[in-house]
Design a protein around this ligand. Sequence first.
Ligand code: SF4
Length: 426
Amino acid sequence: MNEYDSHLVASELAAEGAIFVDSLEQANFVLVNTCAVRGKPVEKVKSLLGKLRKEKERRREPFLIGMMGCLASLEEGREIAEHFGVDVLLGAGAIHKIAEAVRSAGRYWDQGFYPELDEIIPQPPHSLSAYVTLIRGCDHHCTYCVVPRTRGPEISRHPDLILREVEGLLEAGVIEVTLLGQNVNSYGKNDPAYPDFADLIRQVAALGVRRLRFVTSHPMNFSDRIIEAIAETSAVGQYVHLPVQSGSDRILRRMAREYRRDYYLERVEKLRQALPDLVLTTDVIVGFPGETEEDFQQTLELYDQVGFDSAYMFIYSARPGTPSYERFSDMPREVKVERLERLIEKQKEWSLRRNQAWVGRSVEVLVRGPGREEDWALGHDQSNHPVLLPAASVPGPGLYRARIEQASPHMLFGQVEENLLVAEAS
Ligand code: SF4
């Protein structure tokens, strides 16, 4: 979502005539998009703002510092902004005010939430894949999560705007669209005139999107209707990201996650029945306050029951203002780190097993740019596996049919069989 929001703001600034530069020395306005979901990104923001404040003191000509996004929505963000002399502060619900803020050329702070934000259709990115926001905010109240405070309650965008945005992307040559929201499954819930998420998937796919993805989901809202829509829409493929967070009912209750382990397993079962090639990924928080070794063992057991293809695994980060921060005391960091290491090992075993099942199969790989190493081009397949292809057989960004020849826990390695679509140099 932050990537989408950065792009939206860049689009608004470009319309104002802004020129984007690569180095701090060339810039007279630097805008930092922030994340508040964990402690580490907040520390990174402070360190960057410290550098920017020094730059501002050094400059003779005007130099503005901006801060936007989730941290900028919070009281904590206000205090940080005050400390580092931030000129432009735009909370996550006010980022569309960027042009007005820059025009003011002075202090401009706004932490409000404005429905007009959702009416903006940003310029298509210069890329083969793009994001489209469906819904902002969240109506769940997970006790560890700061998002309901930073992004407010769920607000679904008007479906006409979404469809118009997707049409624009397709005209610009985009072949992969990712639908975004804190909880996309709830789309349309508060407006009977809107389609639900299942129907929206069908409507977006009908526009001719070659590859359609969505992130992220909540197990409580992942209905049978959504599973049916995925199964009948070939553009979606068989990739689902379904955050579980813990395998222990006691901890899920403390997290206020609303579902229990059996319910999650039942959703996975339903998904596997409908999507025989399901690639399932998840999010897990390790070391939530009060998590015992037994609770953690239940998470490890859940891993063996489900066999996730991959996972985003984090140690619990106590965020000021969240219910879990107020109510529970954090556990020693060494315990959390040790559990995380065990979970990562477990995930590695499963990722290798699951990835090896793709060896010998033919997949469509979308290459957006060069790989990290010169000899390889990095792309991802329909199931969102990262795939490395020999750079010599990849003339540029595009879509390739490839045969998977090898697998590691984090990567598939393939050989190009066919160039399906090579993007123009522009
Ligand atoms: S569903 Fe996701 S965004 Fe919403 S409160 Fe829970 S963790 Fe936060």
